[in-house]
Design a protein around this ligand. Structure first.
Ligand SMILES: *Cc1c(COP(=O)(O)O)cnc(C)c1O
Length: 376
C-alpha cells in the first residue's frame, strides 16, 4: 500500500514511519487474551528504559486518551487530603494544569511567570518556604506553546528539599530530549504515543515512583476512570489496563519503540537538533524572527513572530503548504501572534529544506515581502 507522506511541523501528532502505520493492521484480538497482556508487560518495561528509570523504583501506568489525560490523572490522584499543589506556570500547558486543578477544586497556587522566560527558581523557592502545605510541585518541561525549556532538574531538587513530590509534564520532550528520571529529580513524568515516540494518538502513559503511587491509594479518590492508583493496582493484579485499551495503537507503539531503540537516544536527539537548526536557518534566511531567546529554547519548537505585513495571512500560507504536504501550526501565546515550526517526528534536514522551498513559494504567492517586514 502506498501511503502519502506528510511532513508535520505541528507540535504532535508527529510524522510517523510507514512501518509504524502498518503495525496497526493486525488480526482482531480480544485484549483480555494472555498474548496481549504479555505485550503490555514488555511495553511498560520499554517505556521505563526510555527515561532510564530503575524498575525497582519506578513503574509505567498506561491510559487510553490523549496526553492531557496524564496531567489530569497526576493532579487529581497525587494530592493528599488537606494539601496543596504549586503549579509553576510559564505558558499554555501549565495553565491547562491550573484549569484541571480548578475543575476538581484542588487547593493550588498558580505561580505565574512571563511566557517567554523559564520558571524562576527563587520565586519557586519563596512559594515553598511560605506555604508548608504544598505537597506537589508541577511544571512543564518544554512549554510546547512557546518552546521554552524549564529547569526540571533544579525544580525537582527544590521540591524534594521542601518534602514535595515533583511532577514534570514531559509530553513534548520524552523520547526526544534525553531524560534520566533519577538524575533529573523527577518523581512523575508523562507522555503520549503520538509525540516523541512517533506513534499514534490515543495511548498515554505516566512513569512514576511506585512507593508514591502505593501511598496515593489512601488519598481522596476524585475520579473513577482517571485514578492513578486504581489503574496501577489493576496492572499489578492482571497485567492489563482496567478498561478496553486502544489495541491497534498499542501495536503501533511497540513498533515505534523498536525503531526508537534502533535509532538510539543520542542519535535521535542529534537528528531533532539538526532539524531544529535547519528550521532556524530557514526562518532567518527569510527574515522572520523568533520570539524566545535561543538559550532558553528546548530545541524542539520554534515560535515565529507574524511579520507586520498587510498581506500576511497565516491561514493562506498554511493552506498553500498543507496542499503540498507540509503542516504548520499557530502559536499559543495570548500577547503575541506567532506560528510554530516543530522538530518532532521522523523528519530530517532535507524535509525542512523542502518545506522552506514551499513556504517561500507561499509567501510569493500571497505577495508577502521577503525578507519579512517588522515595524520595530
Ligand atoms: C501535547 C502536549 C500535551 C497533551 O496534549 P493532548 O492534545 O491532550 O495530547 C500535554 N502537555 C504538553 C507539554 C504537550 O506538548
Amino acid at each position: 500500500m502506498e501511503i502519502k507522506r506528510n511532513v508535520l511541523l505541528n507540535p504532535g501528532p508527529a510524522t510517523t514511519t510507514d512501518t509504524v502505520k502498518m503495525a496497526q493492521v493486525v488480526p482482531d484480538i480480544c485484549p483480555r487474551e494472555k498474548e496481549f497482556a504479555s505485550l503490555m508487560k514488555g511495553l511498560r518495561n520499554d517505556l521505563l528504559k526510555v527515561v532510564h528509570a530503575d524498575p525497582a523504583e519506578y513503574t509505567t501506568v498506561l491510559f487510553c486518551g490523549s496526553g492531557t489525560i496524564n496531567m489530569d490523572i497526576c493532579l487529581n490522584s497525587l494530592l493528599p487530603a488537606g494539601k496543596k499543589i504549586l503549579v509553576l506556570n510559564n505558558g499554555a500547558y501549565s495553565t491547562r494544569a491550573v484549569e484541571i486543578c480548578e475543575g476538581y477544586g484542588l487547593p493550588h497556587i498558580n505561580l505565574q511567570f512571563p511566557v517567554d522566560e523559564p520558571v524562576d527558581l527563587n520565586a519557586a523557592e519563596k512559594a515553598l518556604q511560605e506555604d508548608p502545605d504544598i505537597a506537589l510541585v508541577y511544571t512543564t518541561h518544554n512549554e510546547t506553546g512557546t518552546g521554552v525549556l524549564n529547569p526540571v532538574r533544579e525544580i525537582g531538587a527544590l521540591a524534594h528539599r521542601y518534602g514535595a513530590v515533583f511532577v514534570a509534564d514531559t509530553t513534548s520532550t520524552l523520547a526526544m530530549r534525553p531524560i534520566d528520571v533519577a538524575k533529573d529529580n523527577i518523581d512523575f513524568c508523562m507522555s503520549s504515543a503520538q509525540k516523541g515516540l512517533m506513534a499514534m494518538a490515543g495511548l498515554s502513559f505516566i512513569i512514576g515512583k511506585t512507593d508514591i503511587i502505593k501511598a496515593s491509594g489512601d488519598y481522596p479518590r476524585r475520579s473513577y476512570y482517571c485514578n492513578l492508583y486504581l489503574q496501577y493496582e489493576y496492572f499489578e493484579k492482571t497485567g492489563e489496563m482496567h478498561f478496553t485499551p486502544p489495541m491497534q495503537t498499542v501495536y503501533a507503539l511497540l513498533q515505534a519503540l523498536k525503531e526508537y531503540f534502533a535509532e538510539g537516544e543520542e542519535a535521535k536527539w542529534a537528528r531533532h537538533t539538526r532539524v531544529f537548526e535547519a528550521i532556524h536557518a530557514g526562518i532567518e534566511k527569510l527574515g522572520f524572527r523568533d520570539i524566545i531567546r535561543r538559550e532558553w529554547q528546548a530545541g524542539l519548537v520554534v515560535s515565529v513572530k507574524y511579520p507586520d505585513d498587510p498581506n500576511w495571512d497565516f491561514t493562506k500560507v498554511h493552506d498553500y503548504c498543507y496542499e503540498r504536504g507540509f503542516t504548520i501550526y499557530p502559536g499559543k501565546i495570548s500577547t503575541t501572534d506567532t506560528f510554530r515550526l516543530c522538530a518532532l517526528g521522523t523528519i530530517d534536514v532535507e524535509d525542512i529544506e523542502a518545506f522552506f522551498r514551499v513556504f517561500e513559494e507561499a509567501l510569493k504567492h500571497c505577495n508577502i515581502s521577503i525578507p519579512a517586514k517588522y515595524n520595530d
